[in-house]
Unconditional design. Sequence first.
Length: 197
Amino acid sequence: MEVKNDIFTVRHNSAPLAKGCALIAEPFMKGFCFRRAVVLLAEHSSVSTLGLVLNKPLHIMLNEIYPSMNFAYPLPLFIGGPVQPKRLFFVHTLGDIIPGAKKISDSLYIGGNMHYVFTHLRKREDAIPSVKFFAGYSGWIPNQLKAEVDEDSWLVSRLSVDNIMTANDENFWQSSLAAMGRKYQIWSHYPTTPRLN
């Protein structure tokens, strides 16, 4: 009887790369930013790709960085990626009431005038879940991301806007993998450090 020893080898799926899709890291990817990460592709073209890691909290609040703004509610900050880590990025569901916002999908946008966003967040506490902030971003040059997918580093998925806005830790990586189907559930439960088990 043949024994399959590649049970934990990730095979990429055939979903197309496009703006608004999500990348789910294979279980053994190294590096803090991308280890067990789920990345939203906020921009994707033949020229470049910009992604934001959804589930890596920085354990610091935006309120601590901008105390003078007097936000009514704590605003968590996430690691968007290793590129320009001192630059602030944000996605939101506030739509075109934010000047300069670019549409990612029907109800999800990236960027825009930050002053308008901050003002909106100070005036309306119920707008807090509508904005998610990131330090830095993840970037790929032409063909680089496709090559990584072809090398089985990422699975390509689609996420609901609610999932994008509420993703906050490694459990989201596990649930995103599990949602891809039964064959990925094994990877979603595999330990971060196999030799310790």
